[in-house]
Design a protein around this ligand. Structure first.
Ligand code: NAD
Length: 643
């Protein structure tokens, strides 16, 4: 039977890519006109920039926030708020600044708006940890909750990778401990899992590309969810250990969270494995502890307390302090076990449970396999984790017989055997499964107005001859003549001079030269042209015809069994390159083709439908250098600027 209590918290949240634009509106809503801005010295400039729309309501800036909220600093800031007659506080920064804001709000009773710039999560909690005389004490009181929190994704772009990873692991710790908290509720359960999933996909991206706005967005949403969990439920062993290591031994906050989390999780996992199962399932590992260890290590987080400055002989004392008072935790703690846990964390060893749970079962298959991987290349590790996860999920859904699995292996073997210098059956497989178009779409998100791309296809050949504008690329004069012309433009509509236009097409029977060696001349229906100052191009070819992708191999037989035809609608291929622009790989299609709505490889896009007009006027033919009726195809291409 489910039983829980849930008290939604009153803090208003505004989230967005440029959410600080909402600051004047929020100040107006709360009736604020004399604001004191708070920040760390390092974030002073960022805080002023983020709040510039509040300038007319700003009375001062206290930029001396430091880690662990010393009472002396908070007293000083509170005095300044009183002296200035401030009627509100706006904190812009990480957990240290938010902590200062809470401490000043508590001393002065002023309303508080927080703009978090790390993932620590303090802004969503009614918790304040203050330090006095080297001792950190924690207070929980609903009045500490800010009135408004503004999550502006753009402000997190400047977070260095190390702080990104450290503060995200700090946030993940809130989510992980929320999963087994005695006072958890369905909302915190959902938020915790959602946050872990978002961090799992965002952090590897941010390590490689800290400026990636989509990943920043996902990470900040995860941080909001983690902070909300922390604000709702009691934390256990993990937070206790970090509190002791930070408060008594001066270890850095975020890094300590990253180093301790795998060990504290593994310790509790012995008694609540089912509650922690989502962690291992999401991150990939034999157990939640192992999964967190692998994840943090792959992100480059420091994994050993010894490198964070904890002397080895401090382990016993830390274990003693961490176990002297009772606190909420699913597993009973005793000094020896905690000293053992800290010993492993000190050395940077994997958590204790990794070795204990390393045998493969149907249930833990993904975790066991991904935990074994220790790729030095972060991207490879991420890719193989995702591939393993999805492959295992497919196998679990399909439940193949041994014979069916062997058929799958034989199919792939035949696909490999069908490849040679002129034929790439795996590309065909990727094409008919829509994967080639998906990869193309992901890698070619174009700005508005730029021409869309489509698949390269397997028949491009390097080294086609560079021809005079207007040349005929049809070397055997077979088929209905066609004049192709248009312009190469930029997104502002200006002509692009000197663009290299590599074109190729199938003949009137639907075959490329490389498919009919000996029957068609070499480089038949291929050519390279260069646009002039006016951006114009024109050349002669033949009206293309639909054709089947090579369907006499394993991929063709698969299509047949799936009740699909192998045809591609008639088209012309282009690769257009110009300095300062993204290379465009695309086709133009005949909209009247019988297969235009069912391209076997999904390459058709609305914007790539051209117009093939039959021209019977003799003068027009003569002008085009042709002797009779011909097809005229006109299509402009718009190149996107280089990213
Ligand atoms: P922090 O606020 O000290 O920030 C870490 C560093 O990152 C600082 O040097 C800061 O200047 C810099 N920084 C912050 N934002 C930046 C940005 N956008 N670009 C570049 N640099 C930036 O550290 P933190 O990890 O955010 O917070 C840790 C503190 O928060 C600790 O004191 C901890 O106890 C407290 N905390 C409290 C709670 C709570 O609920 N009360 C929760 C989590 C953390």
């Amino acid at each position: 039977m489910t039983e829980f209590e849930y008290s939604p918290q009153p803090t208003r949240v505004v989230f967005g890519a440029d959410a600080t634009a909402a600051l004047p509106r929020e100040a107006e809503r709360l009736g604020l006109s004399r604001i004191l801005l708070l920040s760390t010295p390092g974030q002073s400039e960022l805080a002023r920039r983020a709040t510039r729309d509040l300038d007319s309501r700003m009375v001062g800036h206290f930029d001396e926030a430091v880690m662990h909220t010393p009472v002396t600093v908070s007293d000083q800031a509170a005095d300044q708020a009183r002296d200035l007659g401030a009627d509100a506080l706006v904190s812009v920064g990480g957990g240290s600044t938010t902590g200062l804001g809470k401490a000043v709000a508590r001393r002065t009773g002023l309303p508080h708006i927080v703009v978090p710039t790390t993932y620590a999560g303090s802004e969503m909690t009614p918790i304040l940890g203050e330090t006095e005389g080297g001792r950190k004490t924690t207070l929980r009181d609903a009045s500490l909750l800010p009135q408004t929190v503004i999550y502006d994704v753009a402000l997190t772009r400047s977070l260095p990778v190390g702080v990104t990873v450290g503060s995200a692991m700090n946030a993940m710790a809130h989510a992980v401990e929320a999963l087994y908290a005695a006072d958890r509720n369905p909302v915190t359960d959902m938020l915790a899992v959602d946050a872990i999933e978002r961090f799992a996909s965002a952090l590897p991206v941010l390590v490689a590309d800290p400026d990636n706005l989509d990943a920043r967005d996902a990470a900040l949403r995860a941080a909001w969810a983690c902070g909300t969990c922390l604000g709702q439920v009691s934390m256990g062993l993990h937070h206790k250990l970090c509190h002791v290591l930070g408060g008594t031994f001066g270890l850095p906050h975020a890094e300590t969270h990253a180093a301790i989390l795998p060990h504290a999780t593994a310790f509790n996992e012995q008694v609540v494995p089912e509650l922690l199962a989502p962690v291992a399932e999401t991150l990939g590992g034999a157990s939640a502890g192992a999964a967190l260890h692998g994840f943090a290590a792959r992100l480059g987080a420091p994994m050993a307390l010894r490198t964070l400055g904890l002397p080895k002989d401090a382990i016993d004392e830390a274990a003693r302090i961490a176990t002297e008072n009772a606190y909420a935790n699913p597993r009973a703690v005793d000094k020896d076990s905690i000293a053992g846990l800290l010993g492993r964390a000190w050395a940077g060893d994997p958590p204790a449970s990794t070795a204990d749970e390393g045998y493969f079962t149907e249930r833990n298959s993904t975790r066991i396999v991904t935990a074994r991987n220790e790729a030095a290349n972060v991207r490879l590790g991420h890719v193989m984790d995702a591939v393993t996860r999805h492959l295992h999920a497919a196998v679990k859904e399909i439940e193949p017989t041994q014979d069916e699995w062997m058929q799958a292996i034989q199919f792939l073997t035949k696909t490999g055997h069908a490849c040679n210098d002129w034929r790439q059956e795996f590309i065909l497989l990727s094409d008919v499964l829509g994967v080639s178009m998906l990869v193309d779409a992901i890698n070619n998100r174009k700005p508005t107005g730029a021409s869309e791309s489509t698949v390269l296809g397997p028949f491009h050949v390097d080294g086609a001859p560079e021809l005079e504008m207007g040349a005929d690329i049809c070397l055997d004069q077979k088929g209905e003549p066609m004049l192709v012309r248009g312009r190469i433009l930029d997104t502002a509509g200006k002509p692009v001079d000197g663009a290299k236009i590599d074109v190729w097409q199938a003949n009137d029977e639907g075959f490329y030269d490389v498919q009919q060696k000996g029957l068609q001349p070499e480089f038949n229906l291929r050519g390279v042209f260069r646009s002039g100052e006016d951006g114009r191009y024109w050349f002669r070819g033949v009206k293309p015809k639909y054709y089947p992708i090579p369907d006499d191999g394993p991929v063709g037989r698969l299509l047949q069994k799936l009740g699909r035809h192998p045809y591609r609608p008639a088209h012309l291929h282009y690769i257009i390159e110009a300095a300062g622009y993204q290379t465009l790989i695309t086709h133009i299609f005949d909209p009247d083709d019988p297969y235009i709505h069912s391209d076997a490889v999904f390459g058709v896009k609305q914007s790539l439908l051209a117009n093939f007009r039959l021209i019977e006027d003799a003068d027009a033919a003569e002008q085009a250098g042709l002797s009779g009726p011909f097809y005229l195809t006109e299509h402009d291409f718009v190149l996107a600027p280089t990213r």
